[in-house]
Design a protein around this ligand. Structure first.
Ligand code: F6R
Length: 630
């Protein structure tokens, strides 16, 4: 998830002369930095040439670079703030990427799934690549089409036509913005499964990943549809589909203030990030398998023979990430038949764990900097284990020190309480489990393909929950005075219950506990008194019969003792209605994938309750986003 800005104005003496491309683009990048901040870059078109600067690290590094090596004045420019996916956060991998002998500059948000095949093709034509990015491949493709297919002749459609032809070849998710030295007053952009908005000015036009990219200059915006290309000049905006047929966007007026624009119009980053979840899961799944469902986890550079010989997996993580690990344990053990333990990182090395060369350590960390997890990974490595990191932050310490990494592509998580990273971690851990099953022959390719297809349907189902969240929001508000809330679940619903309780503790500062439903009778049921709110995560009735029936009896047990039950159940599960004060229905999905859905209402509940109490949901008291002390 990167931030993208584009601008075209008029040259001095015409139209709006006060804006320089550099200023507009930098201001846009500053507002979009929440989308990614591991490198930034900018390209302007001036005097028939492209000039660009790019720098790893925060935007301030790019600004220092621009002060040391200023760019020429220009009225056409593009800028990028990166959240690394392909290739680490280095100067070289930063965008823009150039092609056509330095005459074309491209920036990109998303993942080009077929980049390896295109790279091979372009390499055979003599193209050389400087970075590890998929973006440079897209730049080379557009450059090649512009120069060699269209003869570099703008009468043949120029950059817009080259973009069209390239988009017909590209697979995956992308927003692309390109400028070319031969067309100095044009920015061409394309989008598929990745955001792009046009800003309409007077004698100037803008592009942004979202409206915060240009909100300081105009409030008139055009939302582009899927698979569309837009060509902007200072006075025109032309939209087509990927085959050149004219198309239309949807114009609207932005009445958000600049601060809420950065939050996508939501009152908090946390709410925005909850709404980012369909995309976080989609992006994490993208580009990992071919049409036959064969997984190719390119980043997982551990010898496959070693992976085949693994006889134990230990998942190391803390907090929410550890709950993602607990969910993953059910899937990995079922799919791969490898014994899997989940251990809190800070407990791990103090108990003399049994770890050897056949142990695979899977660390899970959003930040990649959690000291407890880092120390546990180091310890496991010393014992000879192989280490894989599931991480959301490219280039952070834990993936750097691990033997291999599987990145989640949730984009930056700004709110302290983790939401979208959790779902993305589960999705990534599932990919790892399926990959091991494929490698070790525990599952037929067709079975893996079916599970991947079910996973592929999850983002739309999360969206459905988000679109119908009124009931759970109301519940959150109504329960603002609750002193304690309990959460029950069985099987994969158990870690979901613990995650629901954690969200409530950290956001609303009230007592909350998650229990394995079967454990109730062994003690916790004594907590139940008249009116005690209890959330129950109910497994699908279509799954293992006994599981559903057992949880239904647990609901009855607490209800009989006065609990007020709020049940999260699958659509069509009529049986639970009789025992619930409130039923929150979620779409049908296979049992193992259900946490990707059942967690979402619990996040929304905690957010609504904490907001009703007037608390700062982005920065709850006493907490930090990245815990770099032991
Ligand atoms: C809870 C939360 C924390 C983190 C934990 C690990 O909402 O965010 O429990 O999950 O501190 O952090 P990472 O995943 O960065 O290692």
């Amino acid at each position: 998830m990167c931030g993208i800005v584009g601008y075209v104005g008029h040259s001095a003496g015409r139209g709006n002369t006060e804006h320089k491309a550099l200023d507009v683009v930098l201001e846009g990048l500053r507002r979009l930095e929440y989308r990614g901040y591991d490198s930034a870059g900018i390209a302007v078109v001036a005097d028939g040439t492209i000039s660009s600067r790019k720098k790893s690290g925060k935007l301030s590094n790019l600004i220092a670079e621009l002060e040391a090596h200023p760019l020429p004045d220009a009225v056409t420019g593009i800028g990028h703030t990166r959240w690394a996916t392909h290739g680490g956060p280095t100067d070289m991998n930063a965008h823009p990427h150039l092609s056509d002998g330095g005459k074309l500059a491209l920036i990109h948000n998303g993942i080009i799934e077929n980049f390896a095949e295109l790279k091979q093709e372009l390499t055979a034509k003599g193209v050389t690549f400087l970075s590890e990015t998929d973006t440079e491949v897209a730049a080379a493709l557009i450059g090649d089409l512009y120069r060699n297919h269209l003869g570099g002749d703008n009468a043949n459609g120029g950059l817009t036509k080259a973009m069209e032809l390239a988009c017909q070849r590209l697979e995956g998710a992308f927003t692309l913005l390109a400028v070319h030295a031969d067309q100095p007053d044009v920015v061409v952009a394309a989008r598929r499964n990745s955001p792009l908005v046009v800003g309409l000015g007077e004698g100037e036009n803008f592009l942004g990943s979202d409206v915060s990219g240009f909100i300081d200059y105009t409030r008139r915006a055009v939302e582009l549809g899927q698979d569309q290309i837009v060509t902007i000049t200072a006075d025109s905006v032309a939209i087509t589909d990927f085959f050149g047929a004219p198309a239309e966007g949807k114009e609207y007026y932005v009445n958000w203030d600049p601060a809420s624009a950065e939050k996508g119009g939501f009152p908090s980053f946390m709410e925005k990030e909850i709404h980012d979840q369909p995309d976080a899961v989609l992006q994490t799944l993208l580009g990992r398998s071919d049409v036959d469902g064969k997984l190719t986890l390119d980043e997982l550079r551990i010898d496959t023979d070693l992976l085949k010989s693994v006889d134990k997996i230990i998942v190391l993580a803390c907090g929410t990430s550890a709950y993602a690990g607990q969910v993953a344990k059910y899937a990995i053990e079922r799919w791969c038949r490898i014994p899997t333990e989940v251990e809190l990182s800070h407990e791990f090395r103090y108990r003399d764990p049994i770890v050897d060369a056949n142990t695979l350590i899977v660390s899970i960390s959003q930040s990649g900097e959690t000291m407890d997890t880092l120390m546990a990974v180091r310890y496991a490595k010393e014992q000879g284990a192989k280490t894989v990191s599931i991480c959301n932050t490219n280039g952070s310490t834990i993936p750097r020190e691990s033997d291999a990494v599987l990145y989640t592509h949730a984009g930056p998580e700004i709110a302290v309480a983790s939401t979208k990273a959790f779902l993305a971690q589960i999705a990534a851990a599932y990919l790892l489990g399926l990959y091991l099953a494929q490698l070790r022959g525990n599952k037929f390719q067709g079975e893996i393909k079916d599970i991947l297809a079910d996973l592929g349907k999850v983002p739309a189902k999360i969206q459905e929950i988000l679109d119908n969240a009124e009931q759970i929001k109301e519940l959150g508000k109504d329960m603002a005075d609750a002193k304690s809330v309990l959460f029950l679940g069985r099987h994969v619903g158990f870690p979901v219950a613990m995650e629901g309780a954690l969200k409530l503790k950290e956001l609303a500062y009230i007592h909350a506990e998650g229990f394995a439903a079967g454990e109730l009778k062994h003690g916790p049921i004594a907590l139940i008194e008249e009116g005690q709110p209890v959330f129950v995560v109910v497994p699908s009735p279509r799954g293992r019969d006994s599981l559903h029936a057992k949880v239904v009896s647990n609901i009855q047990e607490v209800r009989a003792r006065g609990a007020k039950t709020i049940v999260i159940a699958e659509e069509g599960d009529e049986a639970v209605k009789a025992y619930a004060e409130h039923v929150i229905y979620i779409p049908e999905t296979p049992t193992l994938l259900a946490p990707l859905l059942s967690t979402v209402p619990l996040q929304i509940f905690a957010l609504a309750l904490a907001s009703a109490k007037g608390y700062d949901v982005d920065q709850p008291r006493n907490l930090a986003k990245s815990v770099t002390v032991e």
